[in-house]
Design a protein around this ligand. Structure first.
Ligand code: NDP
Length: 254
């Protein structure tokens, strides 16, 4: 049965940036498919983990960790593996945005965005893959890129964000090739304009212009990209690695 290949029963998935927004909704969706969940976030997400466990009858754990600190990331992955009895899947999703014209960006403005969105994604993927290799396990990773890695929106000062997200997609492809012999698949998703806490801070006039530019004439919801993450993390996609799935209301696609 092809439908059974979408099941995540018996799997343990690490979700970074899972306290809110896309990460939180996708964590719920992965739990619906039967996966146990480890939420990794800067802030405490114990309430989110408790809600996931109660609603979906899976085990769920919350761990605080700054993804920009490789040593903290390594300790977090090791501890999560011990507490959950093993790890299988990673939704590598934590990210930040900065709206600031490039001429006004300080070095720390620029490097902070790259540090979370690119370096953090690499540190978590590397720690996760090192754990899998050390344990003789195979696994599967989905990194969160963005349509902003492919197109440049109207002038709004997102050079650091756009550059970091373009790099995430190519990093995913590079890791996919390098880790294919290890039985570790790496894919990315590139969401368009999705309703979350992150986009809640965007200026209303920009929001209206962007929405008008999207062929679907609306923002997307995190629920509308959860299926793609389930597909990429599950056995439904066993012949897919290095792919980027664009979910953008037909924005980049056209
Ligand atoms: P949110 O801001 O709603 O959520 C991001 C989460 O990442 C937060 O829980 C935040 O934690 C966490 N986080 C940030 N920095 C760190 C860090 N250094 N270490 C650990 N966790 C961290 O954003 P979205 O849900 O909208 O975005 C999720 C991902 O999707 C991001 O990578 C974003 O770039 C990407 N994306 C979003 C789009 C959108 O339209 N919303 C479009 C395309 C891509 P805390 O709040 O505790 O600081």
């Amino acid at each position: 049965m092809v439908s059974s290949r979408f099941s995540l029963e018996g799997k343990v998935t690490v979700v970074t940036g899972g306290r809110q927004g896309i990460g939180k909704v996708v964590a719920h969706a992965l739990a619906e498919q039967g996966s146990d969940i480890v939420i990794v976030d800067l802030a405490d997400a114990t309430d989110v983990a408790a809600q996931i466990a109660a609603e979906h009858g899976v085990r769920a754990l919350a761990m605080t960790c700054n993804v920009t600190d490789p040593e903290e990331v390594g300790r977090t992955i090791e501890k999560a593996a011990v507490e959950m009895g093993g790890l299988d899947l990673l939704f590598n999703n934590a990210g930040i945005v900065l709206h600031k014209p490039a001429l006004e960006c300080s070095p720390s403005d620029f490097t902070k965005v790259v540090d979370v969105n690119l370096n953090g994604v690499f540190f978590v993927a590397q720690a996760f893959a090192r754990y899998l290799v050390a344990q003789g396990r195979t696994g599967n990773i989905v990194n969160t890129g963005s349509m902003s890695g492919t197109i440049v929106n109207i002038p709004q000062g997102q050079a650091s964000y756009n550059a970091s997200k373009a790099a995430v997609v190519h990093l995913s492809k590079s890791l996919a090739v390098e880790w294919a012999p290890l039985g570790i698949r790496v894919n990315s998703i590139s969401p368009g304009y999705i309703q979350t806490e992150m986009t809640g801070t965007v200026r209303e006039d920009w929001r209206q212009i962007w929405t008008e530019m999207i062929p679907f004439k609306r923002m997307g919801t995190p629920e509308e990209l959860a299926g793609a993450v389930i597909y990429l993390l599950s056995d439904a996609s066993t012949y897919t690695s290095g792919a980027d799935v664009i979910i953008d209301g037909c924005f980049v696609t056209v």
